[in-house]
Design a protein around this ligand. Structure first.
Ligand SMILES: C[S@@+](CC[C@H](N)C(=O)[O-])C[C@H]1O[C@@H](n2cnc3c(N)ncnc32)[C@H](O)[C@@H]1O
Length: 625
């Protein structure tokens, strides 16, 4: 008996893994990957299996699940057993499908790490830590725990006020690192977001990603992967994610997204034309476009595009169907095209029995469809210049995609599909004009996306009450687009924006507030920040006035077990004492700037953090939404 036969005999002992002598290969592999105790017991009890698939480390037996999986996936093993891959064509190595063995994936340095990517000030370049999941599991758990939310405000057309009550139907603008914000949002919004749009830094070297150059690319991929993994959890089953990207990282991002969202969930890579002409200063080819990668979570959540105002106005006529179908327009049924199709020639009898002969006319539909339309009062006979013309009705609601019946009377959607090349959607310069329009000619943000581009994307993937998330909010174009759509369509889409830079208040929130006012919406949004321990302490440092108090704070900081400074060593107490008060304050603030400690929800009652009652109350309200 060879090893394959032997293992087969061992596995048939458990009904879970076999029936009528046939093994369930997929179930076995799944059990192995999950380290299922039943399977492990079965294998460990067998001397041969134990020898082949277990290794002793310090007297502890460790199961080599990868080796076992490879063994089970081997063609020699159970050649006749059921496997989903039976008829698959694909690349193989050592007789295994590469995709099956998961040996072909996009790999890069630090892939399995967590990169906080925490920059809050424009001039600040943090030395980022790649948290390694195996070496620092507790730190990572802590990093990703939901955070305390502070600095609550309610913005609406009448200004900024304290927040009293919040609801899941509110808009939110949240200040803080988006990785931690997403993990916090997960507690409330898991599976509830219909659309995520993101416009991350493109890794061009000058946009906040000035890490050590050789790690630049890999840092960016790690940064993106960490965020996309959690973004996926936030989407609902019809959820869509659109990711803006230029061609520097696009190919890598596509492969990364295939891995995160699944290759089958790739929709397309939209091309957005961002500028027209003026590229002659480029060294070689003037690049006028960038990309928007589109993935679905699971179901097809892309909708037909609504008709524009001009098209809508071309529907002027009414009949008895107006209530359900809306107004209609008519189109000539005569097909002037040269392509001759035999099924499209038939006689049509007009009201005064005049017959339009089939051999002289080609119609746009076949006779059966014509008769159906006639019976359904969709055919209109018009006498133009004393000659009969045959027209058919097109109702606006059908064109909008709201109603349409197939041949079996089933409603199917109709309307215009979004096309993959966004050629005339709006250019970068329109984005600049949009923001200038908000800020009276000033442009407080470079390269905001055009509102029209965002409107197009949002309309293609959301309906009237859906939630839209943008966790690289920048100047808040996404919020303005949601507001504009809500105003134009009387809908109640909601936005959640995350941005970590300080301009979130002066640009992002301000812009959303002005947009609400410009569109005369009575709606508002809640603003809050992930609570950063530093901010509280810095306030305290600035307040105190004696060296004694400062040294006390300094000692407290050093003994705070949670603090993880990225500085090599703390200055000696005596050295600090010798400095002027303002100089000591500067040192302490500088130390704190290196530390990016956000306060976790479970630490909310910890007196060390001196959390105010309002923040506690609102944090509780938020997490119980
Ligand atoms: C390219 S801009 C987005 C512009 C935006 N689409 C607009 O139209 O204004 C990217 C934004 O992501 C923010 N960002 C980058 N890394 C972040 C992080 N880790 N957490 C939160 N925001 C981050 C940057 O501060 C920047 O404002």
């Amino acid at each position: 008996m060879n090893l394959f036969e032997h293992i087969q005999t061992v596995l048939t002992k458990n009904e879970k893994y076999s029936k009528d002598g046939k093994l369930f290969k997929n179930i076995i592999v799944e059990a192995a990957l999950k380290l299922d105790s039943e399977l492990l017991t079965l294998l460990i009890k067998d001397k041969t299996a134990k020898k082949h698939f277990f290794t002793a480390v310090n007297k502890i037996l460790v199961f080599d699940k990868m080796k076992f999986q490879r063994f089970i996936a081997n063609k020699q093993f159970l050649p006749d057993s059921y496997t989903a891959f039976k008829n698959k064509i694909g690349l193989t190595a050592n007789s295994k499908y590469l995709t099956e063995s998961k040996e072909v994936v996009l790999s890069w340095a630090y892939k399995d790490c967590v990169l906080e990517g925490g920059q809050t000030k424009e001039a600040q370049k943090l030395k980022e830590v790649f948290w390694n999941k195996t070496l620092a599991p507790e730190q990572i758990d802590r990093l990703l725990e939901p955070k305390v939310l502070t600095n609550w405000k309610r913005y609406d057309k009448s200004g900024v006020q304290p927040v009293k009550n919040i609801s899941i139907n509110d808009n939110f603008i949240i200040k803080g690192n988006n990785l931690l914000a997403l993990h916090s949002l997960k507690k409330v919004y898991k599976g509830k977001i219909k659309l995520i749009y993101i416009d991350p830094p493109y890794n061009t070297g000058g946009d906040g990603f000035n890490y050590n150059d050789s790690f630049n690319h890999s840092a960016w991929l790690t940064f993106m992967k960490n965020r996309l993994d959690v973004a996926k959890e936030l989407l609902n089953n019809d959820g869509i994610i659109y990711i803006s990207c230029d061609d520097r990282e696009n190919a890598y991002l596509k492969v990364l997204c295939d891995e995160v969202f699944g290759r089958d969930n790739f929709i397309t890579n939209l091309i957005w034309r961002k500028k027209a002409g003026g590229g002659n200063d480029s060294q070689d080819i003037a690049v006028e476009h960038e990309y928007i990668l589109a993935y679905r979570k699971q179901n097809n959540g892309i909708y037909k595009m609504p008709l524009d105002e001009k098209t809508l106005q071309s529907y002027k006529l009414k009949d008895a169907k107006e209530k359900t179908h809306g107004k209609f327009k008519t189109k000539d049924l005569n097909d002037p095209s040269l392509s001759d199709s035999s099924g499209l020639h038939y006689d049509v009898t007009c009201p005064d029995k005049v017959i339009l002969k089939g051999n002289a006319h080609q119609w746009k539909c076949n006779e059966a469809t014509f008769n159906k339309r006639l019976a359904d009062d969709r055919i209109v006979f018009k006498k133009i210049k004393n000659k009969w013309r045959v027209h058919y009705k097109i109702y606006v609601n059908e064109e909008k995609g709201e109603l349409r019946y197939d041949d079996n009377g089933k409603v199917v959607q109709r309307g215009k599909n979004l096309t993959s090349i966004l050629y005339n959607t709006a250019l970068n310069k329109d984005g600049s004009n949009d923001i200038k329009h908000i800020f009276d000619g000033e442009k407080p943000f470079s390269y905001p996306k055009p509102v029209k581009l965002l409107e197009t994307l949002i309309l293609s993937a959301t309906k009237e009450n859906d939630i839209i998330l943008d966790f690289f909010a920048g100047s808040g174009t996404t919020a303005e687009a949601v507001i504009s759509i809500n105003a134009n369509t009387k809908s109640h889409r909601k936005f959640i924006l995350v941005e970590q830079m300080d301009y979130i208040e002066t640009v992002t929130a301000k812009r959303a507030q002005i947009a609400l006012k410009n569109h005369k919406l009575s709606d508002g949004f809640n603003f809050c920040s992930l609570m950063n321990f530093n901010e509280t302490i810095i306030q305290e440092i600035l307040k105190v006035s004696t060296k004694k108090e400062l040294i006390h704070i300094y000692n407290q900081l050093q003994s705070n077990q949670h603090i993880d400074y990225s500085i090599e060593s703390f200055p000696k107490e005596e050295k600090l004492k010798a400095l002027e008060i303002t100089a000591i304050k500067k040192v302490l603030v500088a130390i704190l700037d290196k530390n990016n400690l956000y306060v976790s929800l479970h630490e909310m009652e910890d007196a060390d953090y001196k959390i105010d009652t309002e923040s506690k109350l609102m944090t509780r309200k938020f997490y119980s939404l």
